[in-house]
Design a protein around this ligand. Structure first.
Ligand code: GDP
Ligand code: MG
Length: 163
């Protein structure tokens, strides 16, 4: 069976940008069923010689409607539960927020292997800004740029032991 990799984090950190980059043209399924799966997309991901199933989550937590919020949180929790490895993403430019802490708690409590990605780390100061994410307690952040395709070699090195 394929290794299942879930991308988790608060909205707007760049999860879907990384998902699109890893699936390329191999997007197998866009799942817009109602309920806990509504915020989830799955595809066949590839990085170097690694082939895996990749799950993108919407990561919504702060909807005004409490029940929607609960469903989205459940969607993230379900994706984490099914994953062999979780890619937890932050935004190195925006800095950490309370939502980052909340999503990090979900991942921590799952006891799943996690790779911490500090996205939007391209350009001057990117790697330095990425380091803030260390305080989430999920290990050393890997600076990446989903948009520019930077840091993917380091992501490969972190993923490879799970195959
Ligand atoms: P999601 O809500 O976590 O899925 O985030 P998206 O993938 O939809 O991206 C949110 C915004 O961040 C979009 O405007 C992206 O173009 C932008 N973005 C994503 N990755 C990067 C990156 O590596 N660098 C920069 N500067 N912007 C990025
Ligand atoms: Mg998204």
């Amino acid at each position: 069976p394929l290794v299942v990799v879930a991308i988790v984090g608060r909205p707007n950190v760049g999860k879907s940008t990384l998902f699109n980059r890893l699936v390329g043209k191999r997007l197998a399924l866009v799942d817009d069923q109602p309920g806990v799966t509504r915020d989830r997309r799955e595809g066949d991901g590839r990085l170097g010689d690694l082939d895996f199933r990749i799950v993108d989550t919407a990561g919504l937590e702060h909807a005004a409607d409490g029940s929607l919020q609960a469903r989205m949180r459940a969607g993230t929790e379900a994706a984490i539960a099914e994953a062999d490895v979780v890619l937890f993403m932050t935004d190195a430019r925006a800095g950490l927020t309370a939502d980052d802490e909340r999503f990090a708690d979900l991942v921590r409590r799952s006891h799943k292997p996690v790779i911490l990605l500090a996205n939007k780390a391209e350009g001057r100061g990117g790697a330095t800004a990425a380091y803030e994410a260390y305080s989430l307690g999920l290990g050393d952040p890997i600076p990446v740029s989903s948009e520019h395709g930077e840091g993917l070699g380091d992501l490969y090195d972190a993923l490879q032991p799970h195959f």
